[in-house]
Ligand binder design. Structure first.
Ligand SMILES: *Cc1c(COP(=O)(O)O)cnc(C)c1O
Length: 376
């Protein structure tokens, strides 16, 4: 047990050391760079799960490839290995495996599909840098992994992302791509810095709904950097690296990575023990996995009513992913190549999913108020 824990911890530290080495403007740019380095382009497909955010198909489509959407697992929030097997075609050149909310995907069953076919697996670690699967930290199972450091991720640096690459040849190629990228304009960097400043000062769970609505308004008007780009054309995001002041903040924050993990575990334990309402269902966690959550997910039938109550009482409960490709409404699924009905579990899941905050600003009082509402 002891040596096992030590090995796990050493691996987690390895990942933390790698994180600031290959950085990008955003997480999706890291995904794009990994796919480009794998030779993915026009005419290819990249398998990825439905029940994700638009950033992932954006990263895939920026290479010229098309996303192939795989349904979620029964009772869980991650990719279904069986649906992956049944949907794979010769055009699929890579599989993106997402550890949603920090719950590790079923890595072994997925690899038993991809490995014999020689299809590289890329891990989407945007929700966690510390969850483990059979005693090893996520991010080391695929050819490479990508991370994000925007609002709502375990480490917030403003806007930013990185790639951690396990294959040495691939690493050189990804580094070359990263080197060819340029810093975003100072205007953009200042905008992001102002947003970070506002986030630091204004956000706390009891202000969630107000901050969220202000951010959405500012992003729509262009005054703030929003989360998503239009699906037609390729955004200039894919030409940028992470600007120095943002990267410096990331390096600084990584120094308290272990405190971030410890805190996330403590808060999750309180939700584990405190949510006793039987109508709140926990998504399944695969055998051998220990999640370190970005947010604490629950499934609930009357999601709309609960969210309305939460907003009224200034309690933070998030609604994502609201659709299988958040935030795309059904009329726009076609723009990323999702056929209605092709991922029925993901469609149902987005109607039931809610999530509770796990971050540095969550206080005992917030937890108590949240539990009060959920257990009513
Ligand atoms: C945030 C996120 C991304 C993209 O990150 P950006 O930095 O916004 O590009 C990708 N995948 C998942 C699961 C995410 O949560």
């Amino acid at each position: 047990m002891h040596s096992c824990l030590q090995r796990k911890w050493r691996k987690a530290i390895d990942i933390i050391k790698e994180i600031p080495k290959i950085t990008f403007y955003r997480g999706r740019v890291g995904l794009y760079a990994i796919l480009k380095a794998l030779g993915v382009g026009e005419g290819d497909e990249v398998a990825t799960q439905a029940f994700t955010c638009l950033a992932v198909p954006e990263g895939i489509m920026a290479t010229g490839a098309k996303p192939l959407f795989i349904d979620t697992e029964e009772g869980g929030v991650n990719m279904c290995p069986l649906d992956l097997e049944s949907k794979l075609t010769d055009k699929v050149k890579a599989v993106v495996v997402q550890h949603t909310f920090g719950i590790p995907a079923q890595i072994a069953p997925i690899r038993s599909v991809t490995d014999p076919r020689g299809i590289p697996m890329v891990e989407d670690c945007c929700h966690t840098f510390a969850s483990t699967y059979v005693n090893q930290v996520v991010g080391i199972f695929g050819v490479g992994a990508f991370y994000s450091f925007e609002w709502g991720k375990p480490i917030v640096a403003g806007i930013g992302g990185c790639a951690v690459i396990n294959d040495p040849d691939l690493r050189r190629k990804v580094l070359d791509i990263a080197d060819s990228m340029v810093s975003p304009s100072w205007k953009r960097v200042i905008k992001i810095q102002l947003q970070y400043w506002a986030y630091e000062r204004l956000y706390k769970p009891s202000n969630y709904w107000k901050v969220r609505s202000a951010f959405q308004k500012l992003a729509r008007s262009g005054a703030a950097e929003g989360n998503y780009n239009p699906t037609e054309g390729i955004a200039d995001d894919f030409t940028f690296n992470m600007a120095k002041p943002l990267r410096d903040r990331l390096v600084e924050k990584l120094k308290s990575a272990s405190e971030i993990v410890e805190r996330a575990k403590r808060i999750a334990e309180k939700y584990d023990q405190g949510v006793v309402n039987k109508e709140m269902v926990r998504p399944t966690v695969p055998d051998g996995a220990i999640p370190v959550y970005a947010r604490y997910p629950l499934l609930y039938e009357d999601k709309a009513r609960l969210l309305a109550r939460a907003e009224e009482s200034n309690i933070e409960i998030a609604d994502w992913y609201r659709t299988p490709i958040h935030p795309l409404g059904e009329e726009n699924w076609r723009t990323v190549g999702l056929e209605k009905g092709s991922c029925p579990r993901a469609e149902q899941l987005s109607k039931r999913i809610i999530s509770l905050p796990i971050n540095q600003k969550v206080k005992q009082e917030d937890i108590d108020r949240t539990l009060g509402l959920l257990n009513e």
